[in-house]
Design a protein around this ligand. Structure first.
Ligand code: AMP
Ligand code: ZN
Length: 667
């Protein structure tokens, strides 16, 4: 029986790992999301029922959820060096001469690789199994970010097939441009500042405390070096080719060459082509291919002698700023946009660039008719780097930032500490009205089927809706006469709106579009306050006492709650039957029994899964932390609790309780 279960578990793990590999490494989906989820749930169930088969590298352990409060500092077994830079062919020829002399030969093979622009990571594998992931840090020691890294599904947690056994894989955690741009579109929609570049966002993601948040980010990992004491491979190229074969994401762009001339062909090719890559690269890396030669060359104080980076010059052009216009977002946030004389840059025609906010305009002292330097980084919209002051026209006047909304002419406001200006005419400014309703119906909010963004705009123009509360008063007869609307689609739309009354409170709270209240914050607030009435009645002190709610969010909620129009809107939603409190059913599972208590979970459990245990702690008001500290109240210990954790707990005198003790505690 158990052997059967074990076999079934192994089969599901293999299958899911293969699908992950096909999708995230080969970019070739071989299963529907639905079937994948079904198999994952099945595996989760089996693992829960048979905890003796728990495997920290199982696909079920990669969905995120664990929280790391403090990232442990870990020493690297092998130092992570930096790279020397070069900027010209002469630099590269000098480098070649130096190593030829040191090696006493002219016959040197090189690999050329792209230099991936992200955050370096060191993945340790023992007996082919992933054990930990550590950031570069200062090169001698870095932060243990294992929990977060596990959520990146292109990283295999075991090497499948013929490969070395104990090794480190080094690579770069990157945020591909597509995913980065999508994240920014969402941020703008939530009234938040855009992330400036993919690299910082990628490295910031590694240090997020909540791994579920990391799991949501479209991170990827490109691998570029195998470090091992096993002498299985003679060359760097061979070791990477084999790493790719056993499942690691090693880009195919790596190329073997035998002269600096050929290196330069690679450089010239990618200097142009890099703009078509799905991720950012700021140069290439040239390495001596032969591992024996690498060893002979060794390291300087900071970098290997056997490798060198070549930095591309950033693609830059100059053009003229013709006009500054202003865009109004759904929260009323104003974004100034530079309208440029069209110019070719890195393969695309550039006409517009974001100027971010008034401070940015002031900092650059940018004015209409100025000649500006435009640079293309990762963003869809290129950046203006600086003004060419030598070309400034005589009669140039400093830019006066817009004082009124370009859409409704209301005077703009700016609160201290906020980089953006806002149009305060929430209920009378067209893009804000439309934007807010579009947000309300969106998939992560009320998820209304049968109603799209364009129809919302149409309904508003026709005077049928002015707010999201109006949606619930619409009827089929009213919408049929609209352009491109038929009886069936009208019925679907109204049915979709009615159905949204079942959407749980936390999503409704997000849908309301309160500034700075994104998905995660809405969840936290819903859990804490349980109803819109409690939330709107809360004062500033109460709000900021909630975990992760800061001054800015608190003030935004208070502003929302004090606005008579909002109070009326909420009342109308209530009358319509929209969920404005946590349902009795989910409330029944929640208490304050564990208020103020901090738990660490360790070991294997039998009655509850780790996630259920976590949820039970949180539902009852407790907190879960990943590491033991003086602040820990209880350790819930299952079987096989780690010996170092046990020692630390005993050392600090922290109460260790069993799974059953915990269940008794909350029932
Ligand atoms: P730097 O940070 O400028 O000293 O450059 C060294 C860093 O480049 C390394 O720590 C790696 O994270 C990164 N890097 C990106 N792509 C590669 C690559 N193909 N080979 C080696 N290092 C790379
Ligand atoms: Zn306006």
């Amino acid at each position: 029986m158990n052997a059967n279960v074990q076999q079934k578990i192994q089969q599901l793990k293999d299958e899911l790992n293969t699908h992950n590999y096909n999708y995230y490494v080969l970019d070739n989906a071989t299963i529907s999301d639905f079937n994948f989820d079904t198999k994952l749930k099945e595996l989760e169930r089996l693992e829960k029922e048979h905890p003796q088969f728990f495997d920290s590298n199982s696909p079920t352990q990669r969905v995120g959820g664990a929280v790391t409060k403090n990232f442990q500092t870990v020493a690297h077994k092998n130092r992570m060096y930096s790279l020397d830079n070069s900027y010209s062919k002469e630099d590269l020829l000098d480098w070649e001469k130096r190593i030829q002399k040191l090696l006493g030969t002219d016959e040197i093979e090189f690999t050329c690789e792209l230099k991936y622009d992200g955050a370096s990571i060191n993945l340790t594998f023992e007996k082919g199994q992933f054990v930990k992931a550590v950031t570069r840090g200062d090169g001698f020691q870095g932060d243990d970010v294992t929990t977060n890294i596990k959520t990146i599904l292109s990283i295999p947690l075991l090497s499948n097939g013929d490969f070395v056994s104990d090794f480190e894989m080094r690579g770069e955690i990157i945020l591909p441009l597509d995913g980065f741009n999508k994240m920014n579109i969402e941020r703008v929609a939530n009234g938040e500042e855009e992330y400036r570049n993919p690299r910082n966002t990628a490295s910031g993601s590694l240090k997020l405390q909540d791994s579920a948040e990391v799991a949501k980010r479209p991170l990827d990992c490109l691998l570029y070096q195998v470090v091992t004491s096993e002498r299985k491979y003679k060359t760097h190229f061979e070791s990477l080719e084999n790493a790719r074969k056993v499942g690691f994401k090693v880009p195919e762009t790596i190329t073997l060459v035998t002269s600096i001339d050929k290196v330069f062909e690679f450089v010239n090719y990618w200097d142009v082509k890099r703009h078509e890559l799905p991720f950012e690269t700021d140069g290439i890396v040239i390495k001596v291919n032969n591992l024996q030669q690498q060893e002979e060359l060794g390291y300087t104080a900071k970098a290997p002698r056997w490798a060198i980076a070549y930095k591309f010059k950033a693609a830059q052009v100059t053009t003229v700023l013709e006009e500054i216009t202003y865009q109004v977002g759904r929260t009323g946030a104003i974004t100034p946009v530079a309208n440029l004389t069209p110019v070719q840059l890195a393969g695309t025609t550039v006409k517009r660039a974001s100027l971010h906010n008034a401070d940015q305009i002031k900092k650059l002292d940018i004015r209409v008719n100025d000649t500006v330097f435009v640079e293309k980084g990762g963003e869809i919209i290129p950046k203006i780097i600086a003004v060419d002051f030598t070309k400034r026209p005589q009669n140039s006047e400093p830019t006066i930032y817009a004082t009124n909304c370009p859409e409704c002419n209301t005077a703009l406001i700016r609160t201290p500490g906020d980089a953006k200006h806002y149009c305060p005419n929430e209920f009378g400014c067209a893009p804000q009205i439309t934007g807010r309703i579009q947000h309300f119906i969106s998939r992560k909010a009320m998820d209304i089927d049968g109603l799209g963004g364009e129809t919302v705009d149409l309904l508003r123009k026709e005077g049928l809706i002015k707010s999201y509360a109006d949606l619930y008063d619409l009827n089929v007869a009213q919408v049929i006469p609209l352009e491109r609307m038929a009886e069936k689609s009208a019925q679907n739309m109204i049915a979709g709106i009615q159905k949204s009354k079942e959407i749980p409170f936390e999503k409704v709270l997000f849908a309301l579009g309160i500034r700075f209240v994104g998905e995660t914050v809405a969840k936290k607030l819903a859990k804490h306050f349980k109803s819109i009435d409690n939330l709107m009645a809360a004062d500033f002190e109460t709000l900021i006492s909630v975990d992760e709610i800061g001054d800015r969010i608190a003030q935004s909620i208070i502003d929302f709650s004090n606005d008579l129009s909002n109070i009326q809107l909420i009342d109308r939603l209530k009358v319509s039957g929209v969920q404005l409190e946590v349902s009795a059913e989910s409330l029944a599972n929640q208490t304050d029994t564990l208020q103020g208590k901090i738990f660490v979970i360790s070991g294997v459990f039998y009655q509850l899964s780790r996630n259920e245990l976590k949820k039970a702690i949180e539902d009852n008001g407790g907190k879960v932390s990943a590491s033991i500290s003086k602040k820990t109240t209880y350790i819930v210990a299952g079987d096989n609790m780690g010996p170092s954790k046990l020692a630390k707990a005993q050392d600090l005198g922290i109460a260790i309780i069993s799974e059953q003790d915990f269940i008794d505690m909350i029932s």
